[in-house]
Ligand binder design. Structure first.
Ligand code: BGC
Length: 760
């Protein structure tokens, strides 16, 4: 590595200020006299969007493989596969002259309405963090950087440039930050991209706690923080917050502002130097990777097909799939001829080639006759003639395959959905076709959950094919004909109705603010806690074979939090064809001092099994698998006690369970304070030890102070249960009521007890 300190010491203030804002839409400013190269970045995340004109943001990009988007990638639950895909992305990036790929995006799917959910992994931070780490490691293993985005709490498109996400500390730590934390700690991304929005009143681009204290100091992030494109409003404030590189550029007035601030003593030169150092480091590392040349487009197309097939989720199947040699197939739906395989916006790739689903079907259908009817128009009009034509075709066939794509006017980067429905025509089409032809299969292309209550009962099978990438058409055919046994599982819950969703009342906010009122209860954490029904639960996905779970074991029934524990289970393929099962481990805390979800995903594995084959799956659970963020202690906390390890095929299909006992190694300070209630004093071991004698005295005196006329129900003279009242009242207040009887003022007594508890 170059001697960065020496280079920085030779740079002028003007050169430094110029470096921290981009030179173009996609490049940084080189410093030729010192050998500092430019850094070239490009979207991201599931393909390389290399725009030839570096000053154009949205111009047509050079051809690159369009892999499936993150919604599908997450449904693979397959880190190794995503690592391989990451390598392919990096090869293409390097060939196209790109040093950093702008992705992956690991924002949580707080509401299925978020228009950009197709670019995000999951509603679960553990799953998103692990899979995005694998993808990032794959990309970076080939000498190309990743840019983890959008940091943080960017969970909607509505007013995304300005909305203030109001998120409490625990929710932030347990839901919205862990995927970022995991990728930063495990995969060490070269860059992290800040979000557009505000978090608790401060733009993420200026958020010192987020960018400096948490990301750089607590998580040891060594790369550079880049702004989302246009997220910086005050360059100097952003530098102070920890934002190293502003994009896009050039912006001479920003450079000027930085120079002026340093000269005026408003910006510490050391802060600027640190941003410069981080940018230089990544620019030099990126420059080591040779750029240009070719990539193997055919091999990457084949990989895209494989990934697509791994992440498609068979949601429903009454036995019609895999197809058994039908001779007359009615193919219905525009998406069969005009595949909808990616989302709109900055991630839009110019594909190297595109599989046409209809042609791919024909390829596998052999001599079968395929008819095609569009079924629905390209726009939002309603056309009954298209439905009538499709019904006639379905009636004349043995099976109807409906290719239904949620149009981009309903779902895209830049705006949120307003409902969870398919279009009016698509719903009418599915209902009419399936009424005429019960052997109807629906293949969906969409980026996040859709509602199906209006039509699902009438159809024989539903395949969720997501935004499946350029080779998705082939992957769908592979699954329909059983060339590939489906193995994807949902990385997000599919609700019955929009009104059932956790954020429904608080989405997308108003008056410039969105309150994350559901707290830590998003996705299955919410539905589980409420025991509310869903259409398809988190983790659900069908196979053409069946799996049995048995013999769940733990490495130790009792363990220390720092040692963790390993759970194992035998999984057997009990069906007739080879298949892959995704084994999920959820942790249930039996008792905690703060409210916790009923269960949380903390481990998973995908296992490949031949018919009759059994494999033992081991899943390790560490400290964090059992911990929760305690806002009082401002840290991750474990508590002694029993935990159930739930091993399942989905969040709603738990097959095995083991109970373990955790011993916490933490020696946490007491949280007792002047406001603590009598109950809190008794529940706190240190508090109880010093408070007990006084408590006994209080109980004895309680009758005298409040008593007289005790009823059978234990009510005192004023008609309340005095013990309950005592328990929920601050000790200071209770003592205050009886101050005349006390040797000292209530405040002094409580102060003395607190000194004994906290020391000093
Ligand atoms: C998006 C980013 C993207 C950037 C550059 C922004 O509007 O939010 O995800 O990387 O543009 O295209």
């Amino acid at each position: 590595m170059q001697d960065l300190s020496s280079i920085i010491s030779q740079m002028t203030l003007e050169e430094k200020a110029a470096l921290v804002t981009g030179a173009s839409a996609w490049t940084t400013t080189p410093v030729e006299r010192l050998g500092v190269p430019e850094l070239f970045v490009a979207d991201g995340p599931h393909g390389v969007r290399r725009v030839p004109d570096i000053h154009a943001l949205g111009a047509p990009s050079l051809p690159a493989t369009c892999f499936p988007t993150a919604a599908l990638l997450a449904s693979t639950w397959d880190g190794d596969l995503l690592h391989t895909m990451g390598q392919a992305l990096a090869e293409e990036a390097a060939a196209l002259g790109v040093g950093v790929l702008l992705g992956p995006g690991v924002n949580m799917k707080r509401s299925p309405l978020c228009g950009r959910n197709f670019e995000y992994f999951s509603e679960d931070p553990h799953l998103a963090g692990e899979l995005a780490s694998s993808l990032t490691e794959g990309i970076q293993s080939k000498g190309v950087g990743a840019s983890l985005k959008h940091f943080a709490a960017n969970n909607q498109e509505f007013q995304r440039f300005s909305i203030n996400a109001v998120v409490d500390e625990r929710t932030l730590r347990e839901i919205y930050l862990p995927a970022f934390e995991r990728v930063v700690r495990r995969a060490k991304p070269w860059t992290v991209m800040c979000a557009y929005n505000k978090l608790n009143g401060v733009y993420c681009s200026e958020h010192h706690e987020l960018l400096t204290e948490i990301l750089k100091q607590e998580w040891d992030f060594e790369g550079l923080v880049v702004s989302d494109w246009g997220a910086v409003h005050d360059r100097v404030a952003a530098l102070k917050g920890g934002l190293d590189l502003e994009m896009p550029g050039p912006k001479p007035h920003r450079t000027r502002a930085v120079i002026d601030a340093v000269n005026a003593g408003e910006l510490d030169a050391a802060v600027l130097d640190e941003a410069v150092r981080r940018i230089l480091r990544i620019a030099f590392i990126a420059a080591r990777t040779p750029k240009g040349g070719e990539f193997d487009a055919a091999a990457h197309h084949a990989l895209a097909r494989k990934v697509a097939a791994e992440g498609m989720v068979l949601l429903k199947n009454d036995g019609i799939l895999p197809l058994t040699n039908p001779q007359r197939i009615a193919v219905i739906g525009r998406a069969a001829k005009h595949p909808h395989f990616q989302g709109g916006g900055s991630s839009h790739i110019n594909p190297t080639q595109v599989d046409i689903p209809f042609e791919e079907l024909q390829e596998l259908a052999g001599s079968a006759t395929l008819t095609y009817s569009a079924g629905y128009p390209a726009d939002d009009s309603f056309d009954q003639a298209l439905i009538d034509e499709a019904v006639a075709a379905a009636q004349a066939a043995e099976v109807a395959l409906l290719y239904i794509a949620l149009p981009s006017y309903k779902e895209s980067e830049g705006y949120d959905r307003t409902d969870l429905d398919l279009t009016r025509q698509q719903i009418a089409l599915i209902r009419a076709v399936s009424a005429a032809q019960p052997r109807s299969v629906v293949i969906l292309n969409n980026g996040s959950a859709v509602a199906m209550a209006e039509w699902i009962d009438g159809v024989a099978a539903v395949l969720e094919a997501w935004m499946m990438g350029q080779a998705g058409g082939g992957a769908v055919a592979d699954i329909l004909f059983g060339v590939v046994n489906p193995s994807g599982k949902l990385a997000e819950s599919f609700p019955l109705r929009l009104e059932d969703t956790p954020a429904y009342i608080n989405f997308p906010g108003e008056n410039g603010q969105v309150r994350y009122g559901e707290g830590i209860f998003i996705g299955y954490r919410y539905y589980d806690k409420k025991a509310a029904p869903v259409l398809f639960p988190f983790g659900h996905g069908l196979s053409y074979t069946t799996f049995a779970y048995s013999n769940a074991q733990v490495s130790a029934p009792s363990f220390r939090d720092v040692d963790g524990v390993t759970v194992s289970v035998d999984v057997t393929n009990t069906g007739a064809v080879a298949g892959k099962e995704i084994v999920q481990v959820y942790v249930h805390d039996r008792q905690a001092s703060l409210v916790r979800p009923s269960k949380e995903l903390k481990g998973f594995a995908k296992v490949d099994l031949q018919p009759g084959e059994t494999k033992t799956v081991d899943i390790a659970l560490d400290f964090r698998a059992f911990a929760f963020w305690h806002p009082g202690h401002k840290r991750w906390v474990t508590e002694d006690g029993e935990f159930d390890l739930l091993i399942g095929a989905s969040s709603a299909d738990i097959r095995e369970r083991v109970t373990v006992k955790l011993q916490s190694t933490l020696d946490l300070p007491s949280l007792l304070n002047v406001e603590s209630t009598v109950r809190q004093w008794l529940e706190d071991p240190r508090g109880r030890a010093v408070f007990e004698p006084l408590y006994q005295q209080m109980m004895a005196q309680m009758g005298a102070a409040f008593g007289g006329g005790e009823s059978d129900a234990g009510e005192g003279a004023i008609g309340m249960d005095m013990t309950n009242f005592l328990m929920e009242t601050p000790l200071r207040s209770i003592l205050g009521f009886q101050e005349a009887l006390l040797p000292a003022p209530a405040d002094a007594i409580v102060g003395d007890l607190l000194r004994q508890v906290h020391g000093g």
